[in-house]
Design a protein around this ligand. Structure first.
Ligand SMILES: Cc1cc2nc3c(=O)[nH]c(=O)nc-3n(C[C@H](O)[C@H](O)[C@H](O)COP(=O)(O)OP(=O)(O)OC[C@H]3O[C@@H](n4cnc5c(N)ncnc54)[C@H](O)[C@@H]3O)c2cc1C
Length: 473
């Protein structure tokens, strides 16, 4: 196989680049070692589209700002749930209050809206804030997105435009020719590429090492969350951020596009890149810190807990050409990869062009996915009444997901192949009951669609949900 650009990794950075390059005449491949896209950090993050993340003038700030005002339009084209709900950052102590004016100035210098609020203004804007707050910073351009559906939708658009998305395809080596990569090795064979983009998240150091590229150190920084149900989520209007470097230790209270609320994340450095176990003491700490900001949070509303791993590196963020391998570009982002994904894809394209790749737009390429009405995100559900029956056959009651959405996930170009694949694309099984009520319906549809018995279907890559003994679905 030969391509112009090989992207290693199907997280949000890899798929946003694939979608970006799919609108050109280039031949592009994306190799993802897992059986589905969005398997690393892009699966477990909070889905905040930050408006302000880094100091003005930095590349990080530039790429975040380059993304932030595009979300409404991109999400409409790709059917990705997004809401620009804004964030408040209450100051709970005098030192925190003293830090807010500088943050406000920095955010404005980055080109986004920000304002300082008095205590009364803050409580009026977000009544769930602690009455003990001394004032707050308001960041109205912050938003929330479904980060997993975003990652899939970018891959789906890319696939529809001809990008070859190779799932279950780890890059295990490279063949070099002088100071360039000639081909990547996978268990399926070689992929010759003019350029390789390393978007392998937590494995980016290993991919670089395999290519004979720069040496950098990566490790997992675990973030743990509580998920609270919609009964609590319905009352919270904004993202509530902890002021930086304070006693709240970066624990936020974050509404999700599905109506639930996340409390977290913790930040614990580790060594085991597969360790996603939750730790009850750390979760308890996260809860206490969240309660300091929003006293009414209650574990009576908890649905579940989970952990995800940030791709931590000595440099928390970089996009650059490798110093040793002429046609290798790294894109690594520990903490704001979703927020900067659109700008990052444009920037990688710029670097490729600077290195001699001709990037010509392809006027035939699609820039949107077919519209799919989603009951949960339809302001007027009566509008669905004229649609085929499967739109109103609700399979997942908690998340209000209809059969039509699940069938669309199974028929996509980058299709769901497991129960988790259905969850990634639709949210089904992820609600209050965690699949207790809807699993039978989901399995039935997967089974009929794939012509496999329900007990051979997988929860994710491994492990059957039925009584079978494993194997991949
Ligand atoms: C707890 C937590 C909360 C966060 N909250 C936010 C937030 O609210 N907003 C925000 O903007 N960001 C947030 N982030 C950061 C964001 O999730 C990351 O910056 C982003 O997901 C990184 O994307 P990625 O594509 O680089 O990595 P990943 O999503 O990890 O993708 C890398 C992919 O590469 C694949 N891969 C690895 N090695 C190989 C190989 N050899 N061959 C083929 N494929 C390979 C992996 O399987 C993986 O799918 C958060 C992160 C965490 C963990």
């Amino acid at each position: 196989m030969h391509c112009d650009v090989l992207i290693v990794g199907g997280g949000v950075l890899g798929t946003s680049l694939a979608a970006r390059l799919s609108r050109t005449r280039l031949k592009v491949c994306l190799a993802e070692r897992a059986a589905d896209v969005a398997d690393g950090a892009s699966k477990g993050n909070a889905g905040i589209t930050s408006s302000y993340y880094a100091a003005p003038g930095t590349l990080a700030a530039r790429l975040t700002t380059a993304s932030v005002f595009r979300w409404d339009e991109v999400c409409r084209r790709l059917n990705v749930p997004f809401r620009r709900i804004g964030a408040v950052m209450p100051a709970m102590t005098e030192p925190e209050a003293a830090a807010l004016p500088e943050l406000c100035r920095d955010a404005i210098a980055c080109g986004v809206r920000a304002a300082l609020l008095t205590r009364d203004q803050a409580l009026e804007l977000e009544p769930l804030l602690s009455p003990g707050c001394l004032g707050a910073l308001h960041l109205p351009d912050e938003g929330i997105i479904d980060p997993v559906r975003l990652t899939w939708a970018l891959a789906e658009l890319a696939a529809r435009n001809g990008v070859r998305i190779m799932l279950g395809t780890p890059v295990v080596g490279f063949r070099r020719s002088g100071d360039r990569i000639a081909a990547a090795t996978t268990p399926e064979g070689e992929i010759e590429a003019r350029f390789v983009v390393n978007a392998a998240g937590l494995q980016a150091d290993r991919v670089s090492q395999l290519a004979g590229g720069e040496s950098f150190r990566m490790w997992p920084r675990k973030g743990q969350y509580w998920i609270l149900d919609r009964a609590f989520g319905a009352r919270l209007r904004h993202i509530v951020f902890a002021a930086p470097a304070t006693e709240t230790k970066g624990i936020h209270v974050v509404p999700t596009t599905r109506g639930s609320v996340l409390l977290g994340p913790t930040a614990d450095d580790g060594e085991d890149r597969d360790d996603k176990a939750t730790v009850s003491e750390r979760l308890q700490d996260a809860f206490e810190h969240a309660r300091r900001l929003v006293p009414s949070v209650s574990l009576d509303h908890a649905i579940r807990t989970y952990a995800a791993l940030r791709p931590a590196c000595d440099e928390p963020f970089f996009i650059r050409r490798d110093a040793r391998v002429a046609n290798l570009i790294h894109t690594v982002n520990r903490s704001f990869g979703v927020s900067a994904s659109l700008g990052s894809a444009d920037y990688v394209a710029e670097l490729l062009q600077r290195d001699g790749l001709e990037i010509e737009p392809d006027p035939q390429s699609a820039d949107e996915l077919p519209f799919l009405p989603m009951l949960r995100h339809t302001p007027d559900p009566a509008a669905l009444s004229g649609l085929p029956e499967n739109y109103s056959q609700i399979i997942c009651v908690c998340e209000q997901v209809g059969a039509a959405e699940i069938e669309a996930a199974l028929r996509a170009r980058v299709p769901a192949r497991s129960v988790e694949g259905i969850w990634k694309r639709t949210g089904a099984t992820g609600g209050r009951c965690q699949g207790a009520l809807c699993m039978a319906g989901v399995l039935f549809l997967c089974s009929v669609h794939g012509d496999v018995p329900p007990d051979a279907l997988c929860q994710r890559e491994h492990g059957t949900v039925g009584i079978g003994d494993g194997g991949s679905a």
